[in-house]
Design a protein. Structure first.
Length: 64
């Protein structure tokens, strides 16, 4: 995925943090489903911000 970085002033490769599916699935099973709500909250928060692979700045425009 690519986006426009305001700090680098060019089109760059971008990435974003993801949650660990295996770890969170195990925790959900061990806590009888309680962990699932924390997992959803964490996933929503993480998947919003795209990061520039060159400088680490948050990217505001994604090119598809």
């Amino acid at each position: 995925m690519e986006g426009y970085c305001g700090r680098c002033l060019k089109q760059v490769v971008v990435w974003r943090k993801k949650t660990s599916i295996i770890l969170n699935s195990v925790l959900t099973v061990l806590t009888a489903g309680i962990w699932f709500f924390f997992w959803l909250k964490s996933a929503k928060k993480m998947n919003k911000n795209w990061i520039c692979a060159e400088c680490g700045n948050e990217v505001y425009k994604i090119m598809q």
